[in-house]
Design a protein around this ligand. Structure first.
Ligand code: GLN
Length: 487
């Protein structure tokens, strides 16, 4: 292989390139997300778009859902047209353009255009850059898992730094300047990628695994053109007649969030290429998929509901300096960075005695549920009219990360092992669909969050997650038996 095998902490040099590209991409994404909610619902006088808070929360969720749904498109383009490396590059360019649009004061229409660029761009970049990480190692290279852990660190270091810079600039000075910093971050990522990819990546990620044949090309491009035209015309008509409201669009995406994974499962199950063992494994994957979906639904509300909570329900001051609410978005990645090594050590220490995959998913649900249940306490003790102590919010972010570290690191590898071999090129998109569906559902449930309903809101959602966690725990021997040898 022409992949340089050493040069980055004992790992292939290519990991350096992927680490920093993804670091900056996540910096731009989470930086933007840290202020976007506030940009949407702050009044025009305060530099925002002046939407109502509930609409802003729904849009945040739909946005997050689409960003992961579009991974299907990115996976297909890489698999059949461009290969991983080139798809990642085009994705980065689109993302940067999206942030640049937000960097200029504009209307809500400009915001939707930027959203389109970032949704497609992230779909092209995120799943494919993770695929190249896998490409750096041969199948039996035992550095593979630790390579992914280092990569996950890059993700979270980017997410940790972003609110500190983009958030503070955006909230203390000007939202557009903040988005400008997100654009600069993505630009830096692209520069690292362009300058080092040739030397460091070699051939990794350059192949097109399953290229379209010339006859397929004509057929596919023809259908694609028709599809885009139909969607374009329908979109233009429904927007201009006022039929397509934000509310209806949100509903459409929520339906897609359920429909897409359902169709995925049915197609994989019925495919003649799937064997009986693979069908059994698919059945086992369904409860895991649902657990992951519920987990991410809560985890992602850290950027929506808890973001609004940080802004309106609590206040954190050091000396005379009021900590901008966006800074709370650094807590999740901060805890991940510090606790990931602890969990890695714990799993190694436990060796064969470590919990099975389905039990780890159950723990993920418990902790996510607890992270919401404790948010009942401040409202229960002090009511919702006075400000809450920020310590509850910090504790909530801490608890959800305990769950994240049970579920997320094994999630992708479990998906890879449980999906039928014929669909292996799509397993990255399948795993990201758990996040897409989660946020598609969030777009509907965040509407129930109001200061008056706070206790019920955190109580019901947290309670459901804990109950599902118990159910997973009880069912786990059964699920494991359907996995047919996969642990
Ligand atoms: N926070 C992590 C990231 O941005 C995980 C997200 C996910 O898998 N849904 O990559």
């Amino acid at each position: 292989q022409s992949v340089p095998q050493k040069g980055f902490f004992g790992h292939p040099k290519g990991l350096f390139t992927l680490f920093f590209t993804e670091f900056w991409e996540r910096f731009s994404y989470y930086g933007m997300r840290a202020i976007l909610l506030y940009y949407m619902y702050y009044s025009m006088k305060d530099g925002g778009l002046g939407l109502d808070q509930t609409t802003a929360l729904s849009i945040m969720s739909i946005y997050g859902s689409l960003v992961y749904m579009s991974g299907i498109i990115g996976g297909w383009i890489s698999d059949r047209l461009l290969g991983n490396t080139r798809t990642v590059f085009y994705g980065g360019v689109l993302i940067m353009l999206g942030h640049i649009i937000l960097a200029f004061p504009g209307s809500i229409a400009a915001f939707f255009v930027s959203m389109f660029f970032i949704v497609i761009g992230t779909g092209l970049l995120k799943p494919n850059i993770s695929n190249i990480v896998g490409d750096l190692y041969s199948k039996d290279d035992n550095r593979r898992d630790s390579g992914f852990s280092i990569f996950y660190m890059g993700i979270n270091l980017g997410g940790l730094l972003a609110p500190i810079i983009v958030g503070t600039v955006g909230q203390k000075y000007n939202f557009h300047l903040g988005f400008g910093f997100a654009a600069i971050g993505m630009a830096l990522g692209l520069i690292v990628f362009l300058l080092t990819k040739k030397k460091n990546l070699g051939l990794a990620g350059s192949a097109v695994p399953n290229p379209l044949t010339p006859s397929e090309r004509n057929k596919v491009f023809g259908r694609l053109a028709i599809g885009i035209a139909v969607i374009g015309i329908l979109g233009a008509i429904s927007i201009s007649t006022g039929y397509l409201t934000i509310e209806r669009f949100t509903f459409l995406i929520s339906i897609l969030g359920i429909l897409i994974p359902t169709v995925y499962f049915i197609v994989m199950y019925r495919s003649p290429k799937s064997t009986d063992v693979e069908r059994s494994r698919l059945i086992a994957y369904i409860p895991l998929f649902i657990a992951a979906m519920v987990f991410w639904a809560i985890q992602e509300q850290g950027a929506t509901i808890l973001g609004a909570y940080a802004d309106t329900r609590t206040q954190l001051k050091f000396g005379g300096f009021e900590i901008p609410s966006s800074l709370f978005q650094s807590l999740n990645p901060l805890f991940v960075v510090f606790l990931a090594p602890v969990f890695a050590w714990l799993w190694i220490k436990l060796g064969n005695r470590q919990p099975s995959t389905s039990k780890k998913f159950a723990f993920g649900l418990f902790f996510a549920g607890l992270s919401f249940l404790i948010m009942i306490i401040p409202a229960y003790v002090n009511g919702t009219d006075s400000l809450a102590n920020p310590i509850w919010l910090i504790l909530s972010f801490f608890l959800v990360v305990l769950g994240e570290l049970c579920l997320s690191p094994v999630g992708l590898s479990t998906t890879t092992k449980l999906a039928p071999a014929a669909f292996s090129a799509q397993t990255m998109s399948l795993w990201f669909l758990t996040s897409a569906s989660a946020q598609a559902i969030n777009a509907q449930i965040v509407k129930f969050y109001k200061p008056e309903t706070e206790i019920l809101y955190f109580g019901i959602i947290g309670g459901i997650a804990v109950l599902l966690g118990f159910l997973m725990l009880i069912l786990s021997p059964k699920i494991q038996s359907y996995m047919k040898g996969v642990r």
